[in-house]
Design a protein around this ligand. Structure first.
Ligand code: HEC
Length: 220
């Protein structure tokens, strides 16, 4: 019987990884609690993220964007341009009436037209009278005959009556616009005043004349 060579016990696999001692097991192998320095690239990454985030808010956060709102840079600026009150809205309505009707003769700049015999409204003492009772009569019934405006005599033309075309509100807003444009400054004309004048002059037929208008006493 051949002597059997003693068989070496199989080499333990991974013996190198096996802790050499209990100490090594405790120190190196177990999860430990402690602080570690934050890696520099991560700080950079967070910085980039914050920057991108702020730019995103600037771009999409709802502030006025130059590509949309040019030349305005903020909503406050745009807000400031909106009509601010009833007076502003009346003047805007008046601008429409003026543009559609009155500008044909008195021109967009309110300076009138010599070739159409239409006197200026800009700086006109008729327009600027504090009490608009006379100019309300002019627009309701039209005007004919000699009239002095800003030291110049007019009278070769006629202005048609608008009482059957325009409402009290239309006339009031047109006059309010005329009284507050091109450097003119006078109180807004209430629609009620035009209504009152329409009522007072309902039996009047034909054009108004400067002479007739001078009979209307103005309230100071
Ligand atoms: C068809 C042309 C014409 C149109 C449209 C017209 N006007 Fe006139 N307007 C005249 C003429 C012409 C006179 C001067 C009449 C005269 O010589 O007696 C006049 C005179 C006036 C006057 C008095 C004089 C002055 O210059 O202050 C006022 C105010 C006036 N118009 C306002 C208006 C308003 C407001 C409108 C629009 C609702 C209007 N007019 C539309 C031709 C026009």
């Amino acid at each position: 019987m051949e002597p059997v060579a003693p068989v070496a016990p199989p080499a333990a696999s991974g013996s190198a990884a096996r802790p050499a001692s209990v100490e090594e097991l405790e120190v190196g192998g177990e999860p430990t609690v402690g602080r570690a320095a934050m890696p520099v690239p991560l700080i950079g990454l967070l910085g980039a993220l914050v920057y991108w985030g702020s730019m995103y808010i600037v771009e999409y956060g709802g502030e006025a964007d130059a590509r949309v709102h040019y030349p305005y840079t903020s909503f406050k600026e745009i807000q400031d341009l909106q009509p601010k009150g009833e007076e502003e809205i009346i003047k805007l309505k008046g601008m429409l009436v003026y543009g559609k009707i009155c500008a044909a003769c008195h021109q967009a700049d309110g300076n009138g037209s010599a070739s159409q015999n239409a006197p200026p409204l800009a700086g006109s003492e008729w327009v600027l009278a504090k009490d608009p009772s006379r100019i309300a009569r002019i627009v309701l019934h039209g005007l004919s005959g000699p009239i002095a405006v800003k030291g110049k005599e007019w009278g070769a033309g006629q202005m048609l009556a608008w009482k059957d075309v325009l409402t009290d509100e239309d006339i009031a807003s047109a006059l309010s616009y005329v009284r507050n444009s091109w450097g003119n400054k006078a109180p807004i004309v209430p629609a009620d005043l035009v209504k009152k004048v329409r009522e007072e002059t309902k039996d009047w037929s034909g054009y108004m004349s400067a002479e007739e208008l001078m009979k209307v006493t103005l309230k100071e």
